[in-house]
Design a binder for this molecule. Structure first.
Ligand code: J2J
Length: 547
């Protein structure tokens, strides 16, 4: 059949021209990242006891691409992938890019509700999972997917009794006829889908092109001064935009350095990896920094220096308190870089040679001269420098529309194609941003984003629930926790029942409310919507009184 391209909202011609002229877009595929000739023998990924060179990544991903091509997968199709932090995550990613099949990389914490929502939107012809995840241990989940998508192929990493092992496809014989099918999508077309933190009922997908993503990776690697000596610890979930592209694993691949994979940000395991592999750089969310600081102080008290090799710690994804930021260099013995980014595009960095003042008190400035940032009041007028306002942005790596979501797109883009991230920021005279608030209906639970509406809609399916509003509560460890405020006629309704109800619907654990508050009524706005500001104040007062 005809080779089709995935439809998405493109940049206007004039901007496309500008981005090419400025050298932002180079019309090369992301597969170039692992095919650079001078680093073939360097170690690209360390995963447990296994090490993969760039040549290994290239060869194994080509094998897999060939095998998948043989099975009929081809350019223009999509895939649903869910793998933990493991080398195969990158091998699969590059295999699919080589084939022109655009994946969405779900988080390992996602469950059937999230995976089904992504599948529904993408109509994938390929699903790749891990036998370590409960959804892929038995045939039930994939059988159900196959009913909806009869053409879907399923590969699972690890032995199962119902489908092929991904492992085998990586070692399929060389010189496969399927090789002929290999050709990445055009550089201005969709390479893969990034996940949106979201604020709506169903999770949204962000189309990312080779051109835009490759630029963000190259520029990030430059700002962070990556080289073939960089040894980067990837402890956040590998698919997340931060550890993938800011500069993340892809930035490290661009520089010919080494990615060391960790299963989580837990300090015990991470410190051991830093020490063993001489890690020079790591990326964390603020809640993990707190744990690292305490663990490092305990290690110091024992006379140990596990983080000796660490030169740079990047922190982003959620609000980072200045007092904690100031402790990073003294306690961890490395430089701090603050990162304020979003899977939709715009990423801000403090620069390595910035003053302490900028590094400790701001979330950085846009990485590119091509980034256009506006800080506007509610009426859409620019605020004066230093005043809080809504962040609007467009640029060479900021998307122009969620996948198949015209209504949401109409809400979050203005007439000139600027995207409103829902963050309230202050911009200083040097262009540095501080994140001071949020208007989107989202909870940022230690960097993990929860769309209030998604959880509310699920709770409303419970027969006993009349009204529900999900709000954020301050939390000493995570920054924010979620609290479901509920109006019910059933005085016996218990949180444990509601948690089970949500789990049974297949909702990821991190989205299950940390607290439930039963109220007689919820405060409403003039137009009859739940007044979250008033609700937060009301619940806050109540919890204070209980203490
Ligand atoms: C406050 N809030 C922040 C920060 C993100 C690099 C780094 C992070 C992300 C990310 C990313 C923040 N201080 N330093 O994609 O490439 C909140 C904002 C933002 C939302 C985006 C990257 N850094 N945030 O966190 O798509 O509210 O991307 O709009 O997960 O996280 O979330 P996400």
């Amino acid at each position: 059949g005809a080779i089709s391209a995935i439809e998405y909202t493109q940049w206007p011609e004039e901007l496309q021209r500008r981005y090419r002229q400025s050298g932002y877009w180079i019309d090369r595929p992301l597969t170039d990242l692992i095919q650079g000739s001078d680093s073939a023998k360097n170690v690209a990924v360390i995963c447990g006891e296994r090490a993969f060179t760039y040549a290994d990544l290239d060869r194994l991903s080509s094998h897999l691409a060939a095998e998948l091509g043989q099975r009929g997968l081809c350019r223009g199709q999509t895939a649903l992938v869910q793998l933990p932090n493991i080398a195969e995550f990158y091998i699969v990613f590059f295999a699919l890019l080589k084939l022109g099949v655009a994946p969405v990389n779900a988080l390992f914490s996602h469950q059937q509700l999230e995976l089904n929502a992504y599948a529904e939107q993408l109509q994938p012809t390929l699903v790749i999972g891990s036998a370590r995840h409960k959804l892929f241990r038995s045939a039930d989940f994939t059988e159900q997917l196959k009913k909806k998508f009869p053409q879907v192929h399923v590969l699972v990493l690890g032995a199962t009794d119902y489908t092929d092992d991904l492992e085998q496809c990586l070692h399929s014989p060389e010189g496969h006829a399927g090789r002929a099918f290999c050709s990445p999508s055009a550089a201005h077309q969709v390479a893969f889908f990034q996940l949106s933190g979201g604020s709506t009922g169903t999770p949204k997908l962000i189309p990312r092109t080779h051109n835009d993503y490759y630029y963000s990776v190259r520029r990030s690697a430059e700002i962070c001064r990556l080289s073939s000596h960089t040894r980067y610890l990837c402890a956040l979930p590998a698919p997340h935009n931060f550890p993938l592209s800011s500069p993340g694993a892809l930035g490290v691949f661009h520089a010919g350095g080494t990615v060391i994979l960790a299963e989580s940000t837990e300090p015990g395991q991470c410190f051991a990896l830093v020490q063993r592999h001489g890690v020079t750089m790591a990326a964390l969310v603020p809640s993990a920094v707190n744990l690292w600081l305490s663990a490092a102080e305990r290690a110091q008290a024992r006379g140990e220096k596990p983080l000796n090799s660490l030169q740079l710690l990047q922190v982003g994804g959620a609000n980072f308190a200045e007092t904690v930021a100031r402790r990073v260099p003294t306690v961890l013995g490395c430089r701090l870089q603050q990162v304020f980014g979003m899977a939709e595009g715009l990423v801000n960095y403090t620069r390595l040679d910035d003053s302490d003042e900028k590094i400790f008190t701001t979330q950085g400035r846009p990485m590119s001269d091509g980034d256009e940032v506006r800080v506007l009041d509610e009426k859409g007028n620019p605020v004066t420098v230093g005043q809080p306002g809504l962040l609007y942005t467009r640029g060479p790596y900021t998307f122009r529309g969620y996948y198949k979501a015209p209504q949401q797109n109409a809400r979050v883009f203005d007439k000139e194609g600027f995207y409103c991230s829902g963050d309230i920021v202050q911009q200083d005279e040097d262009g540095y941003l501080r994140v001071v608030g949020r208007v989107k209906d989202q909870i940022n639970r230690g960097g993990e984003k929860i769309a209030a509406e998604e959880v509310e809609n699920l709770l409303l399916k419970h027969g006993d629930i009349e009204q529900v509003g999900l709000i954020a509560l301050q939390d000493a460890n995570l920054g924010e926790k979620s609290c479901a405020c509920i109006v019910t006629r059933n005085a016996k309704l218990k949180p444990v029942q509601l948690r089970r109800f949500l789990r049974e619907q297949g909702l990821a654990d991190y989205k299950i409310p940390d607290r439930f508050q039963f109220l007689k009524a919820l405060p409403l706005t003039a137009v009859g919507k739940i007044d979250k500001v008033a609700l937060r104040a009301q619940v806050g007062r109540r919890l204070l009184a209980e203490e």
